[in-house]
Design a protein around this ligand. Sequence first.
Ligand code: MLT
Length: 312
Amino acid sequence: MSTTTVKEVKTIKTLNNIAASGLNVFKKGNYTMDDTSNNPDAILLRSFNMHGLELGDKLKAIARAGAGVNNIPVEQCTAQGIVVFNTPGANANAVKEMVLMSLMASSRNLFEGVSWTKTIATEGDQVPKLVEAGKKQFVGHEIKGKTLGVIGLGAIGALVANDALALDMDVIGYDPFLSVDTAWNLSRNVQRAMTLEQLFAESDYITVHVPLTEDTKGMFNKQAFDFMKPGTQILNFSRGELVNEIDMAVALEEGRIGRYITDFPNENVLQMKNTIAIPHLGASTEESEENCAVMAARQVKDFLETGNIKNS
Ligand code: MLT
């Protein structure tokens, strides 16, 4: 049994799995700067924000149980020789299911329909009549034959693209980071957009699966919306900051964007017309939490014991 200690910052249901992987785990709900006096060798975390915190002098690794690492000060870690891991692909299926479910629910006005039906609960024997009115009010669209633009064809984007094809959608993809060969090995039957503008112009629905970087921040802005068809629906299960919210609010108001479905609501988003706001549930399944926690624990254990850096 290793004598290495790993600090688990946020409760992960699968703590037993982490412990079973041979690490000593100690757990605390609230991590403060004082806690660095515990001096862990590694930190496993999910949503906890490490920016602005001192990193302990024994700290060798931080592993994010998820794909995005924007809650970790990666540059500071690199400067201090601390390895940062994420868990690519471990939550991809959960996010894919959420994206496709939201896409279908949105195109059938299901989110609004379900909320509205609750509001007629006190109408007594008028409920059946009102239900028939709702039937007319919430007529939707089928996704078959519509074009889905997928930006980012990594683990999540490729799954979304391939399954959207199986739902008889036309799928067009663009990846700003992966080499063309890598992206197209992941999603062979997807039509390739030569430019982002082409994808914007041809899509009825756009889903984004890229990390938040200086280059991708605010990539959904007025200029981008101007390329899109009127009424395009945008799904964002990646990071809120990819969208310029001021431009989005205007585009929604003008009907240029038909709907903004986001896993990252804040007070601005909640006030916008035609937003579907989801409380960051994209990767929140028991299966995905288990996969991410176990992968993060394995990576860290392997690294601390052997020096191997394997981000998979
Ligand atoms: C991710 O970066 O993979 C997700 O945000 C994971 C999560 O829900 O914590």
